[in-house]
Write a protein that binds this ligand. Structure first.
Ligand SMILES: O=C(O)CCC(=O)C(=O)O
Ligand SMILES: [Fe+2]
Length: 252
């Protein structure tokens, strides 16, 4: 079934994973990876050197089967195929773990590049997407995720020649801000140009999300370390492109 909300608001309805039996194992793995990252940061700090380790939370869909299997969940496969088509790959996964003391993630969109060195075409809704899976409940006080309705499409008076990340909610779209709340095992897809953020952790149990960047087969990566082809304010804010092809996995 085609998801109307994906088209009108930029984000789909929440769906449930068909198989939630591996979620506890997935959470344990992520908590362990997060602890490893912390350890690496501490060691580097104590030694007075830069932490040069590869971020242990990135691209674990490649080698950890409980993470990889999320993409092949029957319901994820159906929602992807019915709304985004049958020629998708994932190129990056990351986990957002929020607990006591974790801060916010500013407003941003996930459209990191377009196709090779082409400039970013912010309102093209055909090739770049995000899959967001809640490995735990993500309620209103647990560092909730918010989005700005309809920002995958042009909004009169809202200039999108702005940096990819920003702090203040622009006045003109203030009334479009909406929360995205999740029960454990729910997932959404959204157009990568949709503006979203997550708040600092408030109270309660910690929460974990997995964010996956998806693109259409045939989409090329810009050269690593090249000047950002986005143009305008985005190129100024992020002058260098640092996205690699190393996480690529066909999903359907
Ligand atoms: O889960 C979060 O806190 C942020 C998620 C996000 O930014 C994303 O899915 O791209
Ligand atoms: Fe994001």
């Amino acid at each position: 079934m085609v998801d109307e909300r994906l088209q009108s608001e930029g984000v789909s309805e929440p769906y449930e994973l068909a198989d939630t039996s591996k979620l506890d194992e997935a959470c344990e793995v992520v908590i362990e990876l997060k602890a490893r990252q912390r350890e690496q940061n501490i060691i580097a700090r104590e030694a007075g050197i830069e932490n040069k380790n590869v971020n242990p939370l990135i691209d674990r869909h490649l080698d950890i089967s409980v993470i990889k299997s999320l993409f092949f969940d029957t319901n994820v496969q159906t929602v992807l195929a019915e709304n985004l088509g049958k020629d998708l790959f994932v190129w990056r996964t990351n986990f957002f773990v929020k607990k006591e003391g974790t801060g916010d993630n500013k407003w941003h969109h996930d459209r990191h590049f377009e196709n090779g060195d082409e400039p970013i075409n912010i309102f093209d809704t055909k090739n770049h997407f995000t899959l967001l899976v809640a490995l735990t409940d993500i309620d209103t006080n647990a560092g909730r995720i918010e989005y700005i309705k309809g920002t995958h499409q042009p909004i009169s008076g809202f200039d999108r020649d702005i940096p990819r990340h920003f702090q203040e909610t622009p006045r003109i779209v203030e009334d479009r801000v909406a929360p995205l709340l999740f029960k454990r095992g729910q997932f959404v897809i959204f157009h990568s140009s949709l503006i979203h953020r997550s708040l600092a952790f408030g109270e309660g149990a910690g929460r974990i999300s997995m964010a996956a960047r998806l693109a259409k087969v045939g989409t090329k990566f810009p050269g690593y370390g090249m000047a950002n082809p986005a143009g305008g304010a985005q190129t100024k804010a992020e002058p260098i492109v640092n996205y690699r092809e190393s996480g690529m996995l066909a999903v359907n």
